[in-house]
Design a protein. Structure first.
Length: 274
């Protein structure tokens, strides 16, 4: 990856995922603004303890000041996102639909549903990229490491806990030349050239980025897919995403979306550094 770029990162959501990402972003040298719902004073102490170095603020201020905004709140609260403040912004959608948190929502639970495309529709002035949604919050912190750094010991994750923006779960893994043990990988779906900036950010957080295609390909990372909950290296993640059409869930999703399940494996599944 190229020389590290200093950014301001706005994180909407002060739960488990939001605070973990805030800690990783602070450690990577970025300025971090984190917002919960309502008065930032309510989360100020939480942020000081769980994400030292980050600053509690309002969602609107975080959105306005950030170079990259990360959505790490329950998907069912999408209406609270200040859409107008995100015009012209690069937005990472790290949210997942989970009925226990979000309630029964047909627009999210139907096999044809692409939740990140739904969010893009809610944020017409922003560019949405799906990333950081398929790995559990505890694994995000446990296996993250700088390029060339030592991999921490971590056990395999469990998909059962991986069910929301504040709850997700999953085995360590990278394409990290010069390290005996590869880094864990994060899949990214979205338009170019914005995916390249997200890939750089993901690398800075401590993961190998794997670009899997456009935003519609984010369905390959949603709950009940093989990749959801996976904490594996880049080569394994590419293979897993590529065989999505051959899985039961993949056939169900692609049939519902009117896509062919007979098409060859996607050549677009690649690492950002390839």
């Amino acid at each position: 990856m190229s020389e590290r770029t200093h950014r301001t990162i706005g994180i909407l959501g002060a739960g488990k995922v939001g605070t973990v990402l805030a800690r990783l972003a602070v450690a990577a040298g970025h300025d971090v603004l984190i917002a919960g719902s309502g008065d930032p004073g309510k989360i100020e102490l939480i942020v000081q303890i769980l994400a030292p170095g980050a600053r509690a603020t309002t969602a609107r201020e975080a959105a306005a000041q950030a170079d990259i905004v990360v959505l790490a709140l329950p998907l069912g609260k999408h209406a609270t996102i200040p859409a107008d403040a995100l015009d012209g912004k690069l937005v990472i959608d790290a949210m997942n639909y989970w009925w226990e948190t979000d309630g029964e929502r047909e627009e999210f639970s139907a096999p044809a549903a692409s939740t990140s495309e739904f969010i893009q529709g809610q944020l017409p002035g922003a560019t949405v990229v799906k990333a950081l949604n398929h790995m559990g919050y505890h694994d995000l912190e446990d296996v993250a490491r700088p390029r060339g750094g030592r991999v921490p010991s971590a056990g395999a994750g469990s998909m059962g806990a991986a069910h929301g923006s504040d709850e997700a779960s999953p085995q360590p893994g990278s394409d990290d030349a010069g390290s005996a043990t590869p880094r864990a990988a994060i899949a990214i779906a979205g338009p170019s050239p914005q995916v390249d900036e997200v890939a750089e950010f993901v690398d800075e957080l401590g993961f190998d980025p794997v670009l899997i295609g456009g935003l519609s390909d984010g369905v390959r990372l949603q709950p009940f897919t093989e990749a959801f909950g996976a904490t594996i290296d880049a080569a394994e993640l590419r293979a897993m995403v590529a065989r999505f059409p051959e899985t039961d869930r993949g056939r169900e999703v692609l049939a519902a979306r009117g896509a062919s399940t007979d098409s060859p494996r996607r050549a677009a599944v690649h690492g950002a550094a390839d």
